[in-house]
Design a protein around this ligand. Structure first.
Ligand SMILES: Nc1ncnc2c1ncn2[C@@H]1O[C@H](COP(=O)(O)OP(=O)(O)O)[C@@H](O)[C@H]1O
Ligand SMILES: [Mg+2]
Length: 301
């Protein structure tokens, strides 16, 4: 199976700053891929390289089997994209905006009804974009990106500035496009909950590098841990270290990255060392905790 989008070792250096550092990923048909990272992580810069707005310092992009550099037009015919904010004319109606972009893309005006329907804006098409809510403008932007029926949709922070209802509308729309039309969708976001709810797979990007990548489920289930409340966290940590176990601690608890069946020998070792164990419980690290740990606690929404 050929993938819809492949980025291989993408790097962007501007001046002496490495903004995107050896980033690789792949999107399959019908898959929603989340590119999660705090502000300044390099998300928009990566997207600009994906769609040819800037040249990578090194690395390659393939879209629907076309090399983005050498077969640019073929590659771009497969992509609908919004980088940062949708480019819309507020003094024009929704329909006029879509007609304008349809002309540029040389797609028929019957496409306008289709994409307006997809984003549930058909009833507001005759109104000026200046009267639209942010959520409606975001949807019109997506409608514009959907002109020409692209196989790949690339959206830069589509949930930005939307209220929860607006975010949900966009999420449902994207899930529908992926499942019913087998569209591949790449979304960047600094909103963790949004990525967790919308995406099948996620890459966590921080300071230009991908720190983790996998299905949302995989990432979460790979982070099973046991929580133990003990009266001597420092010595418990030393025992975990002796056993080559990954752990984190706070004042009276230690979280050790082991499965439940592997826990009794650890508890025995703690008790043998004279440490009291008051409580043991299995838990799964949330994507948020994982994200905070991976990015060194950088704040995200
Ligand atoms: N043209 C540029 N020249 C210098 N620095 C840039 C340029 N574009 C982006 N950057 C820097 O690269 C980093 C990543 O930016 P960006 O890709 O916009 O991040 P994100 O979209 O994840 O918030 C930021 O620190 C930004 O200031
Ligand atoms: Mg950005």
């Amino acid at each position: 199976m050929t993938s819809t989008l492949t980025a291989t070792n993408l790097t962007k250096i501007i001046g002496d700053k490495t903004i995107v550092d050896d980033v690789s990923f792949e999107l399959q048909r019908g898959e929603i891929f989340g590119f999660l990272g705090p502000n300044g992580a390099g998300k928009t810069t990566t997207i600009r390289m994906l769609v040819g707005l800037i040249k990578p310092t090194s690395g390659n992009v393939t879209i629907c089997g076309f090399d983005q550099r050498h077969q640019f037009e073929d590659a771009m015919r497969c992509v609908g994209c919004i980088v940062e904010n949708p480019d819309l004319y507020r003094f024009m109606t929704g329909r006029e905006n879509l007609e304008h972009f349809a002309r540029m893309l040389r797609v028929g005006s019957n496409e306008i009804e289709r994409v307006a329907d997809l984003v549930s804006l058909a009833h507001r098409l005759e109104q000026r974009v200046g009267t639209y809510s942010l959520g409606m403008r975001q949807r019109l932007g997506i409608a514009q990106a959907l002109l020409g029926d692209p196989k790949l949709l690339i959206l830069d922070e589509p949930a930005n500035g939307l209220d929860p209802a607006g975010i949900r509308e966009i999420r449902e729309l994207l899930r529908r496009l992926a499942s019913e039309r087998e569209m591949s969708i790449f979304i960047s976001s600094h909103l963790l909950a949004e990525i967790e709810l919308t995406c099948d797979r996620v890459a966590i990007i921080h300071k230009g590098r991908i720190l983790r990548e996998g299905t949302v489920r995989e990432l979460i289930s790979s982070r099973r841990e046991m929580e133990l409340r003990v009266d001597d966290v420092a010595r418990a940590a030393a025992i975990a270290t002796d056993r080559n176990l990954t752990y984190r601690t706070d004042t009276d608890r230690i979280w050790i990255a082991i499965e439940e069946p592997d826990t009794p020998p650890v508890i025995t070792a703690l008790v043998d060392a004279g440490i009291n164990v008051f409580h043991a419980q299995r838990r799964t690290q949330s994507l948020e905790e994982m994200f905070l740990e991976a990015t060194g606690g950088e704040t995200v929404d």
